[in-house]
Ligand binder design. Structure first.
Ligand code: PLP
Length: 317
């Protein structure tokens, strides 16, 4: 029980604390005969935002609990990764060294022009750039890192593992029990696995896949074997691909409801949820809760790419 002490107790003990703020649930008047709400998990921390906070929570606390000498957190990610940004910010906040293994050796002399990597560097993160081929197979890479840094915590790409799934339990509370549908964007699957594991039996859990990856379903069922998740394709052409229609949707959404969305995760999920509502997918009077999982740091990187292509930018609010 030491690893998972009772709710409320570990905030004094552990370096990553339970947030003191109440995470609001906001109603989104989406039309149709259902009621749609968003839980602003993006507000949990200004830099370690949304699901990243919760996926790292027990991983980091568990690691620091073992009192490692010269603690070091190593993790993996692409140039625009929310996870890299969050781990770097966490290292800065806790005063711990961090090392990012970054996909793409071509970035080694131009990382400073990338907003995510620039931010991570300013937080004190060191980088190692690896070729896309070497990056693909993490097993030899991870073994090599564990040999080189035996005291380090090596967090998988996207932060998804069993401890991450445990952390996601904190996205659910008494208030979330009143919803029929719980919706979240899916990348590596850890977040939806946690939501499904800790939801009530009468709740339907929907995972909006922003990746075109058929292995996610299997991973989620391994991480959360008991409960079923309904998956929806929401990648709109592939992971990280930005469509003009989605940019219009995101800009309209922030203008109408005052909530910013990112173009890789929550922007795609919300567009898909609106489409499903229009198609009458949800039964009348359903109460739908969508989790805002953060990722807003990615807007600057997305806008850099959109500007190069002379396309409409995502408005920042
Ligand atoms: C903003 C945002 N939303 C959703 C996800 C998807 O989470 P997961 O990888 O656990 O499926 C991620 C990735 O961590 C993310 O950065």
């Amino acid at each position: 029980m030491k690893r998972f002490p009772a709710f409320g107790k570990f905030s004094e003990i552990y370096p990553m604390k339970l947030p003191e703020i109440h995470i609001p649930i906001i109603e989104i008047p989406a039309g149709g005969k259902v009621r749609l709400f968003m839980k602003r998990e993006d507000l949990v921390h200004p830099e370690i935002s949304g699901n990243k906070y919760w996926k790292l929570f027990y991983n980091i606390n568990h690691y620091l609990d073992s009192q490692p000498q010269e603690p070091l957190i190593i993790t993996f990610g692409g140039a625009y990764s929310n996870h890299i940004s969050a781990v770097a910010a966490l290292g800065k906040n806790l005063g711990i060294r961090t090392l990012g293994i970054i996909r793409g050796d071509e970035l080694s002399d131009r990382w400073m022009y990338n907003p995510t990597l620039h931010f991570a560097h300013c937080c004190g993160m060191d980088f190692r750039f690896v070729s896309r081929t070497a990056y693909r197979d993490k097993t030899p890479l991870t073994l090599q890192l564990k040999n080189e840094f035996p005291n380090a915590l090596v967090v998988p790409e996207g932060g998804t593992n069993l401890l991450a799934v445990e952390g996601v339990r904190h996205m659910l509370n008494e208030e979330t029990k009143s919803f029929d549908y719980l919706c979240t964007a899916v990348g590596t699957g850890g977040t939806v696995a946690g939501i499904s594991k800790f939801s009530n039996e009468n709740q339907k859990v929907m995972g909006f896949k922003v990746v075109d990856d058929q292995s996610v379903e299997k991973r989620v069922s391994q991480l959360s074997p008991i409960r079923k998740v309904e998956f929806m394709e929401a990648h709109f052409g592939g992971y990280g691909k930005i469509t003009d229609e989605n940019v219009r949707f995101i800009n309209g959404f922030s203008e109408s409801f005052g909530i910013p969305l990112d173009p890789v995760y929550t922007g795609k999920m919300m567009q898909k949820i609106f489409e499903l509502i229009d198609q009458g997918f949800f039964p009348e009077n359903s109460r739908i809760l969508a989790f805002h999982t953060g990722g807003l740091q990615g807007i600057d990187g997305a806008n850099t790419l959109l500007a190069k292509q002379h396309r409409t930018l995502i408005e920042k609010i």
